[in-house]
Design a protein around this ligand. Sequence first.
Ligand code: UGA
Length: 495
Amino acid sequence: MRVSVVGLGYVGLVTSACLAEQGHDVVGIEVSSARIEALLDGRMPFHEPGLAELVQANREVGRLTFTADPAAISQADVVFVAVGTHDGNGGWQTRTIQSCLNDIVPRLADDAALVVRSTLPPWFLAHLPIIVGRMRQEAGLGEVPVLLNPEFTKEGTAVQDFLEPERVVLGIAHDVDGRGAARLRRLYRGMSAPILEMSATDAALSKLGANLFLATKISFANELAQLCDQYGGNVDQVVAAMAYDHRIGGAFLRAGIGFGGSCLPHQVTMTVATAAESGMPTPLFAAVAEVNHRQRERMIDRLAELLGGSVAGARIALLGVTFKPDTDDLRDAPSIHIATRLIEEGATVVAFDPMTDALERFAALVPGVRVASSVDVALDDADAAALVTEWGVFRQLDWVDAASRMRRAIMVDGRNALSVVELVDAGFAYASFGRGIRGQTDVPATAPLVATVDTGATGAPTSYETLAIDTHATEGSPAERHRSGSSGLDLALTD
Ligand code: UGA
């Protein structure tokens, strides 16, 4: 089929390349001439594994072309709209999509289907078919089907997520004779996933609901991790046991500094804000946002705790700046808040990320931050390291060498991604979230530790350690000991 995709950001470019890969003739349209030039030049506007190869291969066989000219859509059977709806301030904006519709709706062929892939604010859904209908009428043209086709891809695995989806959702905003839905079913007939047809509102809420649930799981895991720290538990073991219950599952329950990116934080905050405005508060989602924000602050607290009470004057190696591995995206990345706060508190922050371009943009976003040319340079003479993004390059570090480079071997693992045993064996004082504080430190652990499992980097149990406990010192409740800042325990690692 002939497809046009308007807006070549993460969603639009992945959609264009993947539909071309599936054999469709795709024209990608973008208002930014700089982006078009880059794409025509073979340069990707962002990092997404596998995407550059797909774009190149499909351009070579002529199935994928790029242009800044919206007139190109007049040939298309299906026109996707994939422009931004984020106002950059935690809210929605519909200016971009309205101006995009202005450009394209009068140019659509009479038998084309208009498909919105952008994530839309729920209140805009009722307006969408009316706006499109009016534009067609004013242009003296017949009506066109209007559908929603929300995307569920994740940055870092977007290509695979698109080509092997778990479901395809079609939301009907206006499709009197069903020809729009039929066309989309034909477009996706190569997919083995179920195609779910529903109203546009249900489709938009399915997308929002999925993201709200994922965010809730992460904040739940973070609250659970806090309980684990308070009572001396290990969140890895607790989650692993919970995950055997198929109603719960184990995915998206990794504790740490919380969720970032352009989707989860924004969709949680804007849901809370718009619900409050309409007089229907959403306390659960408000708490999800609050817990998420708190986790970023906890990273500062953990570092201060291990550094003897304050980060002032300390040199901190910030390992990773992107909001997750396998992307160069800094949107709402926890690293920005963490680095800014550390600098405010008087620390020197030396950041490294394998995405050099992201590191440069990070330096522009965080005044006063220093960037390092390698992870070794970041670690040299550091008083502490803070793992913010669990890139493979950090997980595979030689920790004995890392410890020898640092002034003090202190690690706060913001992603629960490193092996407790490995770090402690290398001489680190190591803290994460819901796994206690281990190793040599003059700062006492926050809670008594009874037994731990090292889940390694993969989450699967790899080795076990036993802690010998001096029970003479265990006076007071765990909460009291936590408040007084003392574990009340002498801990010694044994085989
Ligand atoms: C998210 C959803 O996962 C996708 O399904 C959705 O299509 C997409 O938003 C979207 O709306 O477009 P994405 O923003 O790429 O995808 O990132 P996620 O993989 O969801 O990760 C979000 C954040 O949560 C990251 O900072 C990650 O480190 C964090 N996270 C994830 C945790 O802290 N713990 C976990 O257990 C999992």
